[in-house]
Write a protein that binds this ligand. Structure first.
Ligand SMILES: Nc1ncnc2c1ncn2[C@@H]1O[C@H](COP(=O)(O)OP(=O)(O)OP(=O)(O)O)[C@@H](O)[C@H]1O
Ligand SMILES: [Mg+2]
Length: 251
């Protein structure tokens, strides 16, 4: 079915229960049953995201901005399918490559090369398809000397290099990028940014989360401003970035 929408959120909310006794394990729950039942009744919901609705059209790049804890990463995780919404509906069309947080989806005991295979297969490629792309992935990451060393020996920036290299070589229809580029060195950041612009020209749908308003205004078609778990406004980058800066000054 032809569908011009790549991502659709309708009335999406995410609640967490703070002080939930289940968090301490089921053994603890059983051993302290009466007090735990009382605690369960008293647990407080925390609204990480409230009634968020927006669409991302195919080929569009939308950036999410807002203060720490505003709900940007939560939104991205819901779109990636890593988290499930407490209410509302998230629809996505196409193969998603998420670059969520540092090293998410990687196994730190495995080598860089093994992680490329693991991630590629997890994201829906066959082993053969991953093998065909491994040389390009290593080339882009520039990690030749370390590719057969376990990931736990990598620096943060090296993990990011590997994550970004894998994601951009998997022909994503939808690319989700959370902040991660910030830990890469200046040269690699530039290279990643050029690659993102290439994806944009090619019509890949992108969601980019960043505190760097310069990069955001350069790459985005539209920007969404979040505050305290709500989508405040979405629209033309210049206008939304201005609104964010005004709010930050007023706060
Ligand atoms: N597992 C969790 N349990 C309880 N609260 C959580 C959990 N994960 C996130 N939150 C809360 O949800 C809110 C939104 O978090 P989120 O990570 O989406 O913010 P963000 O906009 O990405 O912030 P930042 O700019 O710091 O990355 C925060 O208040 C956070 O404390
Ligand atoms: Mg975040």
């Amino acid at each position: 079915m032809f569908n011009d929408v790549a991502i659709r959120l309708r009335g999406v909310s995410k609640r967490y229960y703070l002080g939930s006794p289940v968090g301490e394990g089921f053994k603890h729950l059983i051993l302290h049953l009466p007090s735990q039942i009382k605690a369960l009744r008293q647990r407080r919901p925390f609204h990480a995201l409230t009634d968020v609705s927006f669409d991302v059209r195919r080929g569009e790049c939308v950036s999410l901005i807002g203060r720490n804890g505003a709900g940007k990463s939560t939104t991205l995780s819901l779109i990636a399918g890593v988290l499930r919404a407490s209410a509302g509906k998230v629809e996505t069309y196409g193969r998603i490559c998420p670059l969520l947080e540092l090293g998410a989806g990687f196994n730190h005991q495995l080598t860089g090369r093994e992680n490329i295979l693991l991630n590629g297969v997890l994201l829906g490629l066959t082993r053969r398809e991953v093998r065909q792309r491994t040389a390009q992935i290593i080339e882009f990451s520039e990690l030749h000397d370390f590719i057969d060393a376990p990931l736990r020996t990598y620096s943060s920036g090296m993990v990011v290099r590997l994550g970004f290299s894998v994601a951009v070589h998997l022909d994503p229809d939808i690319l989700l990028i959370d902040e991660v580029l910030a830990v890469g060195d200046a040269r690699f950041r530039t290279k990643c940014f050029e690659r993102m612009e290439h994806f944009r020209r090619r019509g890949t749908t992108m969601i980019f989360v960043s505190h760097d308003t310069g990069s955001v205004s350069r790459i985005s078609d539209r920007v969404a401003l979040f505050d305290a778990g709500r989508l405040i406004d979405i629209g033309e980058p210049g206008r939304i970035i201005d609104a964010y800066q005004q709010r930050s000054l007023a706060a």
